[in-house]
Ligand binder design. Structure first.
Ligand code: DGT
Ligand code: CA
Ligand code: CA
Length: 367
């Protein structure tokens, strides 16, 4: 790191993410075992994830669907609806972004936030994490688990430490006692192969791993991995939180006052959402290259329509116009009743230079 200020990193991971998204969309699923399935061509397939009710019966990610059906025949089995999970993921990431200086989205359901500059220390960081969890619960309707620590490695292990709806804070001087009893496979980056080899060496816990010398580890696993294992076992990790290019999107989604297919009502809502998206872009001085209209129909299906611009734009009109046009096209193609609608922009870049509005308009009108 370029400065010496101790870092405070927050890691957020959504609880039983795909299954919890389905619970949000289908309230009648609450309390029932829910299994999300990836079906393969020939009627087989594997479990992608399951809610905690289903996990009680031994149904977890990776097992064959046929096995899950034997374990709990009357569980609810649903196919993956990635569009839904992506749009809910965008809602979560947008909230997180509001609380941190840098956000690194690691996967659809988790992210690292560098909150160093936002809080005075770990006590305040804990309060902030509580507030973020509550905000996600209220605005998105889902629970998550969070970890707060001086680096990414420990923050990630901490978020997984108490699940679901957990919060674990590990201060610098607590790192070693936190790590010592944990299994080596809890160390993010120790996969099956490394884990097995370490087991053969009689090493089961991170505490035991930390007792091996760097030389021994390098001999076993090579220079890079050996050094990494030595450092990780002591909770040392200097990797910075970095924004992943291309993953960034800014979106707003809302539930309509009533279910409708009336385009005028929908346009009105889109205009409001476009305003909000624009404000966010403007404060962060970003341009976008694509606009997406998101529609969730009353049958809970999520649909999206995206328009990619010829050149980056940063003006409100382009967002509004594109979103309205996409909505119009969508409603013509799908005469369905809508429950929620959203607008998002993506392919974000820094709005460089002093291009005039005219320039942008010329660029954008050539569609
Ligand atoms: P958690 O975090 O333990 O409460 O449960 P999840 O379901 O959120 O687990 P996580 O964070 O490892 O994964 C996030 C989502 O990614 C999960 O909801 C479904 C998907 N996923 C996880 N593992 C697999 C897998 O083995 N296959 C497939 N297709 N999807 C997976
Ligand atoms: Ca998760
Ligand atoms: Ca995850």
């Amino acid at each position: 790191m370029s400065n010496n200020q101790p870092r405070i990193i927050l890691h957020v991971d959504m609880d039983y993410f795909f299954a919890q998204c389905e619970e949000r969309e289908h309230l009648e699923l609450k309390g029932k075992p829910v299994v999300i399935c990836v079906y393969s061509g020939r009627g087989g397939g594997a479990v992608s994830t399951s809610n905690y009710e289903a996990r009680k019966f031994g149904i977890k990610a990776g097992i064959p669907i046929s096995r899950a059906k034997k374990l709990k025949p009357d569980a609810v089995f649903l196919p993956v609806n990635m569009e839904l999970y992506r749009s809910i993921s965008d809602e979560v990431m947008e909230i997180l972004r509001g609380y941190c200086t840098i956000l690194e989205q690691e996967s659809v359901d988790e992210a690292f936030c560098d909150i160093t500059g936002r809080v005075s220390g770990f006590d305040e960081a804990k309060l902030l994490a509580v507030r973020i969890k509550e905000d996600i619960r209220q605005k998105v309707g889902l629970t998550c688990s969070a970890g707060v620590a001086p680096n990414k490695l420990i923050a990630k292990i901490a978020s997984d430490f108490q699940k679901p709806d957990g919060l674990t804070v590990v201060k610098r001087d607590e790192i070693l006692q936190f790590l010592v009893p944990l299994k080596i496979t809890d160390l993010t980056g120790v996969g099956k192969k490394t884990g097995e080899r370490l087991n053969e060496l009689g090493v089961k816990t991170i505490g035991e791993l930390s007792k091996l010398s760097a030389d021994e580890l390098i001999r076993e696993f090579g220079q890079a991995k050996g050094i990494w294992l030595k450092q990780a076992s002591q909770g040392i990790d200097d990797s910075p939180v970095v924004e992943r290019e291309g993953t960034e999107q800014i979106g707003r989604i809302t539930t309509l006052k009533e279910d409708t297919k009336d385009s005028n009502l929908i346009y009105e809502v889109i205009d409001g959402l476009s305003d909000e998206v624009y404000k966010k872009l403007e404060t962060r001085k970003l341009s976008f290259k694509s606009v997406t209209f998101v529609a969730i129909s009353t049958d809970f299906k999520t649909h999206t329509k995206t328009h990619t611009l010829g050149a980056p734009a940063k003006d409100l009109e382009t967002i509004k116009e594109s979103a309205r046009r996409l909505a119009k096209l969508f409603l013509e193609e799908h005469p369905v009743t809508l429950r929620r609608v959203g607008v998002r922009v993506a392919n974000l870049t820094e709005a460089k230079g002093q291009k005039t509005l005219g320039n942008f308009e010329n660029g954008n009108k050539k569609r």
